[in-house]
Design a binder for this molecule. Structure first.
Ligand code: COA
Length: 572
């Protein structure tokens, strides 16, 4: 089996491109293979170019890959969008005769023509099953596991009725049979099931955030549905009630964060999930949560902005908003996930930090990571640290906002004897009574910020890799870290003296770690999926590190090739 294979499927939104890719990826994972997926699709429910890409390998995979080995084209638009990436050694599987694709012969490109439309529409009388004919052909051509696929197809469509399941299974078999009877395989690609000793689970980024919340002890989740964050709510709506938790769909993002703050005041761990436009609306209440020192977690799954922007595309452009958004000075913590495992473990950590520091914690993800699916090692729950807020003991006179050395004050729950206080957005005294004097505003502001003054020392040191002293140091955050990790592998092979730092705590900026790293390299490069170089700007402002900025803002995540090219250019 080739070391790893990248399969890309393209077609029209509504033709079942996403389902086809998802089922191939999951069947490969079940066959013991490492799988990592990415998908991009239009904001429309139907129409427009939808793409699903998955990489499958016997070894651990870091990114969705630079480009594809196999391209499955459902229609002309998909072929036109991707034909530029067909190169010697790649395979094109396309719909024809009877489809709208007439591919130009390209030297070294292997073409397989499969009458997907004719078989589904004419032979089976089920045009929607076109994708299953394609799936059957791909299974036969590249040895994907047919039996687990049939199981996945039955599970996927059983809610649509037995007829739909049966016609789709027929379509699968017809596609496979067509290949057996008409196609002579001339390419090198096939998947080989692996004995995977690892006890693993398959999750998308958003599902992993949901699971992290559940494991952290979250019992209240409220949100207003927004692409690409809604799957977090869908997943929790399925599982949180089983853990005596509650999921609410509020009338808008302001109401949902208000409910989350109320639930935290009532003593439970509470969270919301949203995207940039929703976080914009939440900023005023973010200040309230910080001022009243109530632990809350907000997952912000970034999309292409500003305003409605590109709902189904990716960007890393909410950092300024997350780190600095809101009137007045108030502390918050910002974490950024780079992998599916991060989505799980950093969600747990976000709750731990919120509880410990009684503060809003924003976990940044993005559309590409949210919809990415990957097989990860099943988390060992017995090894996961869970932190709960410092509770009022019930003894002695209670001052909710007692000024302490750490800045953290014990918190009571409503109805607790002797623990009555007012969670207020007004500046207040130790007892929570409103207090507007300058000395008190200064004292309480310092108290609130003192809570996180030493967070860098209490948070795990950012991971780094590469030569001890390099010509170039790369500092990246979020999903971009995956493309950097893969590019770093090749740098080592090419003997390039490059180092990389992978912070997860993004704000407050881990100044000491950043400065230590920067002092070991000649130049610093910060690749980000945004126009303004938001993290690079924070590094300059907070750590005095002036980095070379590498900014992409086309709505698609970095590929390892783009990072490699930039490294070569900068090192030269
Ligand atoms: N037989 C029967 N049904 C089938 C099928 C088959 N062979 N293949 C696919 N389908 C169904 C799928 O089950 C799905 O229906 P469901 O949603 O009820 O499950 C539907 O057809 C779409 O298939 P899917 O594979 O999920 O997606 P697609 O590749 O056709 O692309 C999307 C459609 C995903 C682009 C579109 O549905 C979407 O979600 N667009 C984005 C919307 C959005 O977020 N907009 C932004 C708002 S701000």
């Amino acid at each position: 089996m080739a070391k790893d294979i990248v399969v890309r499927i393209g077609g029209e939104g509504g033709e079942g491109v996403i389902s086809t890719g998802d089922m191939l990826a999951r069947s490969s994972a079940r066959a013991g293979l490492e799988v990592l997926t990415s998908k991009t699709f239009p904001a429309e429910i139907k129409g427009g170019y939808a793409m699903y890409q998955f990489r499958v390998s016997a070894e651990k995979i870091l990114s969705h890959g630079d480009t594809f080995n196999i391209f499955v084209a459902f229609n002309k638009e998909a072929y036109e969008v991707n034909k530029g990436q067909l190169r010697p050694g790649t395979v094109l599987v396309y719909d024809g005769p009877g489809g709208d694709i007439e591919p130009e012969p390209i030297e070294g490109v292997i073409q397989y023509q499969i009458p997907m439309t004719r078989i589904s529409k004419v032979d089976l009388g089920s045009p929607i099953s076109k994708n299953m004919v394609a799936l059957g052909a791909v299974v036969e051509l590249f040895s994907f596991p047919m039996e687990s696929l049939k199981e996945l197809v039955s599970n996927k469509f059983k809610r649509k009725g037995e007829d739909v399941v049966n016609v789709n299974i027929k379509a699968l078999d017809s596609g496979a049979e067509y290949v057996r009877s008409n196609i002579k395989k001339t390419d090198i690609f096939y998947v080989q099931p692996q004995k995977s000793g690892q006890d693993s689970i398959i999750l998308s980024g958003n599902e992993a955030i949901g699971l992290g919340a559940l494991v952290a002890g979250c019992s209240f989740f409220s949100c207003y549905p927004i692409t690409p964050a809604t799957e977090i709510a869908n997943w929790l709506a399925k599982y949180l009630p089983k853990a005596n938790g509650v999921v609410v769909q509020a009338e808008d993002e302001i109401a949902s964060l208000g409910q989350v703050i109320g639930a935290s005041f009532a003593g439970v761990k509470a969270m919301t999930g949203t995207s940039g436009p929703g976080l914009d609306l939440m900023v005023e209440l973010l200040g309230f949560a910080s001022m009243s020192e109530l632990p809350i977690v907000i997952a912000d799954v970034q999309r292409g902005g500003p305003s409605t922007g590109l709902p189904t595309k990716s960007e890393q452009a909410d950092l300024f908003l997350a780190a600095k958004g809101g009137h007045g000075d108030f502390p918050r913590i910002v974490l950024a996930a780079a992998t599916i495992e991060d989505c799980f473990y950093l969600t747990v950590e976000a709750f731990n930090l919120a509880e410990r520091y009684q503060i809003p914690v924003i976990l940044l993800s993005d559309g590409a990571l949210a919809s990415r699916t990957e097989k990860i090692k099943r988390p060992d729950l017995s090894k996961i640290r869970i932190v709960n807020r410092e509770a009022y003991s019930g003894n002695g006179e209670y001052q909710r906002y007692a000024v302490t050395e750490t800045g953290i004050s014990p918190i009571s729950v409503p109805g607790q004897a002797g623990g009555r206080y007012m969670a207020t957005g007004l500046e207040h005294s130790e007892t929570s009574a409103p207090k507007y004097s300058s000395d008190y505003h200064e004292k309480m502001t310092e108290k609130r910020f003192r809570k996180i003054a030493t967070i860098e020392d209490e948070f795990p040191e950012p991971e780094s890799e590469g030569d001890e002293d390099g010509d170039l140091g790369i500092i990246s955050w979020g999903l971009t870290q995956c493309a950097v990790r893969e590019a770093m592998k090749e740098c080592a092979d090419r003997g390039l003296r490059v180092r990389a730092l992978y912070p997860k705590l993004i704000f407050p900026v881990p100044v000491k770690a950043i400065q230590r790293f920067a002092s070991t390299v000649k130049k610093v490069l910060v690749p980000e999926l945004n126009y303004q170089g938001q993290f690079a700007e924070l590094l300059t402002t907070h750590a005095g590190v002036n980095a070379i900025r590498f900014n992409l803002y086309g709505g698609l995540p970095f590929t390892p090739a783009q990072i490699r090219e930039k490294i070569t250019e900068v090192i030269k």
